[in-house]
Ligand binder design. Structure first.
Ligand SMILES: [Fe+2]
Length: 278
């Protein structure tokens, strides 16, 4: 199903639909498979409660934490082992801890005290009542212990950074999962809400405004397009895992369908190339 719109560009909806079918099969819930919030119900309840207590809604709400946790778990299963997958999934459930503290204290993103974030994650982990089965202590203990706590807290504290060769498997799964969920279709509306005072489209430069930056995108569509850095191997923030790349490619195809489609529409309407001078 290809629709030729201009000589140089066309929608290839057929490719997208084929990818969608294949990936839906990959991640369809199998019989007996549990979601990460079902595996850790007490922990998830504590995370949910903390979000509600501070009124954390919108992008970083408790459902976002669940979405990231589930994808992190899936990536962990695909790339590593069940133990690492569980730690990655739990890190995903906990990864909004800094946003909870930020909301509670009413401070800027960079002003959130690291020790408070760490304390909040540990308090959530203490609610977990599943026996630990990780084998590095002589007897089963409840919840998390030593290295597991460290791995989860380090991942939560480091998930917003750039890629590093020192990143642990838990951190890599969490970072990829967060980037994937942030490439979901709701980003289009969310970006418009966040940058409600900006123009939606740059008619003159479209996505190539030389003065736009990630921190100051100047238009809503430029902000949306910055998310494609997560599928750009040169960006330093590119998704790294095999399953992550597969899921990200599926999401990026939708972004390109929309942005290429809009560019085509503006060409049809005589706005690209920009006809009104400076
Ligand atoms: Fe997130």
């Amino acid at each position: 199903m290809c629709i030729v719109l201009t000589e140089n560009r066309r929608f290839d909806g057929g490719v997208y639909l084929c990818r969608r079918t294949a990936l839906a099969t990959t991640l369809t819930r199998r019989e007996g498979q549990v979601r990460i919030w079902e595996m850790f119900p007490d922990l998830f309840a504590a995370v949910h409660k903390s979000h509600e207590e501070v009124g954390l809604v919108g992008h970083h709400d408790w459902v976002h934490a669940a979405r990231v946790g589930q994808i992190a778990y899936q990536i962990g299963l695909n790339e590593t082992d069940k133990q690492t997958a569980e730690l990655a999934g739990v890190a995903g459930l906990c990864h909004n801890a800094d946003k909870v503290i930020q909301k509670k204290l009413g401070v800027g993103r960079r002003e959130v005290p690291t020790d408070e974030t760490s304390r909040l994650v540990k308090s959530w982990l203490m609610t977990e009542t599943r026996p630990s089965a990780y084998g590095h202590v002589p007897e089963p203990v409840f919840g998390y212990y030593g290295p597991e706590v460290d791995a989860i807290v380090a991942a939560v504290l480091g998930h917003d950074g750039k890629n590093s060769s020192n990143d642990s498997p838990v951190l890599i799964a969490l970072m990829d999962a967060d980037r994937i969920v942030n490439l979901d279709g709701d980003l289009f509306a969310r970006s418009g809400q966040h940058y409600a005072d900006l123009p939606v489209v740059d008619y003159k430069h479209f996505l190539d405004d030389p003065e736009a930056t990630y921190q100051a995108p100047r238009t809503v569509f430029r902000d949306i397009a910055y998310s494609l850095d997560w599928v750009d191997s040169e960006s330093g923030v590119c998704i790294r895992t095999q399953l992550g790349k597969l899921l990200a490619a599926k999401r990026a195809a939708i972004f390109r369908l929309v942005t290429d489609g809009l560019r085509d529409q503006l060409e049809e309407e005589g706005i690209i190339p920009y006809p009104f001078g400076d």
